[in-house]
Design a protein around this ligand. Structure first.
Ligand SMILES: NC(=O)c1ccc[n+]([C@@H]2O[C@H](COP(=O)([O-])OP(=O)(O)OC[C@H]3O[C@@H](n4cnc5c(N)ncnc54)[C@H](OP(=O)(O)O)[C@@H]3O)[C@@H](O)[C@H]2O)c1
Length: 297
């Protein structure tokens, strides 16, 4: 537990940072960089081997801060809630929550909760972590959530009558829907009254990261070639996230596509859609995992 005087703002202070999807790609780069700067980093990921490798690399790189690996399948509502409980038992404050976890699903698969997997990992886990860790974030002097997704993208939509994409599933439709849902999560989270926690929606642009193992070999080869030619480096894409953590924006909600601030009146950030999704998400949680619903309210 951190004492109160360790919590206050100022440059160079040690922070407690939760990174979902911190075992690979951009999340891993952020986690290692923050640990080297002296922060305590709690990394969530499902792959134990990647988690061990991260812990080894933190030591090898001489990280001054601590790194904790929490193995969790973020497709699973009870697993995500357990991770929130575990963090809450070990820490009294979280300064920043950085949300990176995502995985492409070439076919429609269901989670143990009976939900479409992309919706669960890419959107619902971020909803549960944002709201579940909110009490700890509120105790920080400079609390911020950075949701790394695709803000600014107008493609895709919420399938209001079929959020689990029972008809017309495609990898792209699922990714775009969950991305738009994350945009709306930021809007509804930031609209909460008396909320000191800043929410940043950040689009990193095409980046040399991303787990391609779910794809067939020809698709993997094509994506790797394209990435080598056109994608940004991981460090470049992660750089702005450090800034959001060190100096959270003053506004409750900020949207940035690469380096470009976005206006908040985009149709993809519509407040009534955000309220509608928030209601639908609460109802969904009540119906598939009712016993702990109060935690996210
Ligand atoms: N790469 C790009 O070009 C690009 C462009 C625009 C937006 N983005 C967005 O940026 C974010 C990060 O992308 P990235 O390229 O860094 O991704 P990545 O390299 O594929 O890493 C994804 C992370 O998510 C974790 N994860 C996936 N499924 C999980 C599950 N069920 N439970 C727990 N953890 C899980 C993985 O950990 P485990 O393997 O340990 O489970 C891994 O740490 C994503 O939201 C992505 O949509 C990326």
């Amino acid at each position: 537990m951190r004492s109160k005087d360790q919590r206050s703002g100022g440059t160079g202070r040690q922070r407690v940072i939760v990174v979902s999807g911190g075992t690979d790609g951009m999340g891993r780069a952020l986690a290692l960089a923050r640990a080297r700067l002296g922060d305590t980093v709690i990394v969530l990921g499902s792959n134990a081997v990647k988690g061990e490798r991260l812990l080894d690399d933190a030591v090898r790189l001489g990280a001054r801060g601590g790194v904790e690996f929490v193995r969790v399948d973020l497709a699973d509502i009870s697993g995500t809630r357990s991770a929130v409980r575990r963090i809450s038992e070990r820490h009294d404050v979280v300064d920043a929550l950085a949300l990176f976890a995502n995985r492409q699903n070439p076919g429609r698969t269901l989670t143990a909760d009976g939900l479409e997997r992309t919706f669960s990992v890419y959107y619902l886990s971020r909803y549960l972590l944002s709201h579940g860790l909110s009490p700890l974030l509120r105790r920080s002097a400079t609390p911020v959530v950075v949701n790394v997704a695709g803000v600014g993208t107008r493609a895709g939509r919420l399938h209001w009558d079929d959020l689990q994409l029972e008809s017309g599933y495609s990898t792209v439709a699922a990714q775009l829907q969950a991305g738009r849902a994350n945009d709306l999560l930021g809007v509804s989270f930031a609209a909460q009254p008396d909320n000191p926690v800043r929410y940043v929606l950040y689009h990193p642009g095409f980046t040399r990261s991303g787990d391609l193992t779910p794809f067939r070999a020809p698709v993997r080869l094509a994506l790797r070639t394209l990435s080598a030619l056109a994608a940004r480096s991981v460090d470049r894409s992660v750089a702005p996230v450090h800034g959001f953590i060190e100096t959270p924006p003053e506004a409750p909600l900020t949207a940035v596509d690469r380096g470009r601030p976005l206006p908040l009146d985009l149709e993809t950030l519509d407040p009534s859609d955000a309220a509608r999704l928030d209601r639908a998400t609460r109802e969904l949680l009540r119906s598939v995992a009712p016993e702990e619903d109060a935690e996210e309210a």
